[in-house]
Design a protein around this ligand. Structure first.
Ligand code: PGA
Length: 260
């Protein structure tokens, strides 16, 4: 893994957006794997700004999001489909037909999960996967104890995830308990992965992901086997890394210069 520790939280998001912008400028028909979660908001804002002000085009881009809550229809105010439409897709020139999320209200969610995996394969797989990480080490909704060999399926949300995501729902509103999520192996098949984490509350999960044993207790630790993953952190999220000084020596200020 390449570990980039930026000098501040504010520097994490433009770095990630710049990598995505560079990739789609060079590969105008790329397939992106996208994530939801609060960490992604400034990344999508920066990409939308580049579209508006710098003519960055998404016209040929295909996207597959990681997950969707079971039971929520695409137009449900708290569905990830609506979140992505409102927060990102409405602000860029992407063809809506090329944006994909699992259908949370599918009558047979298991069948929908399998079909979603086939849709990713039929598109030729993910070129660049954007990821956040949960405080419990999840990626997508692959909660601790997930099979590291999993593909898209239904997962029950961990209590800590329900607690962490409660802020996106109204007070007293029932939270979904299950999600359709791409699997760890689905993520591992991406050619390139960019994972972002900021804030002290992510520090334990980040340390377990990068330096811990590969273990289903921290599903993100499977990324240690991925050959092309870049992790972009702020100082707080990096604060529990045993080899922090080493990463900073290789990439001063989290800059991604040539090693030699
Ligand atoms: P967050 O979620 O960006 O809202 O912290 C990340 C995740 O749960 O993957």
């Amino acid at each position: 893994m390449k570990v980039l520790i930026k000098n501040s939280e504010a520097l994490v998001f433009p770095d990630a957006a710049g990598r995505i912008a560079d990739h789609i400028t060079c590969h105008q028909t790329a397939t992106l794997g996208l994530a939801t979660g609060g960490t992604m908001t400034p990344v999508y804002q920066e990409l939308a700004r580049r579209h508006r002000e710098e003519a960055l085009s998404f016209a040929g881009i295909t996207t597959f999001n990681l997950d969707e809550y079971v039971g929520l229809s695409p137009d449900h105010p708290k569905s990830y489909r609506k979140d992505m439409n409102d927060r990102f897709f409405a602000h860029i020139d992407i063809d809506p037909q090329r944006t994909h999320l699992p259908a949370g209200d599918a009558p047979d969610p298991e069948a929908e999960a399998k079909a979603y995996e086939r849709r990713i394969d039929a598109a030729g797989g993910i070129d660049l996967q954007l990821l956040g990480i949960g405080i419990n080490g999840h990626i997508g909704f692959n909660e601790p104890s997930s099979s590291l060999g999993s593909s898209t399926r239904i997962k029950r949300l961990a209590p800590s995830t329900i607690e962490a995501n409660r802020r996106f729902f109204e007070r007293d509103e029932a939270m979904p308990t299950h999600a359709i999520t791409v699997g760890i192996q689905t993520i591992m098949r991406a050619d390139m992965i960019i994972l972002l984490a900021t804030g002290e509350r992510k520090a334990n999960a980040v340390a377990a992901m990068i330096e811990g044993p590969v273990s289903a207790l921290c599903p993100a630790s499977a990324l240690q086997f991925h050959p092309n993953t870049t992790v972009i952190l702020d100082p707080a999220a990096a604060s529990k890394l045993a080899l922090k000084d080493f990463y900073l020596a290789i990439h001063p200020r989290g800059e991604d210069q040539d090693l030699l």
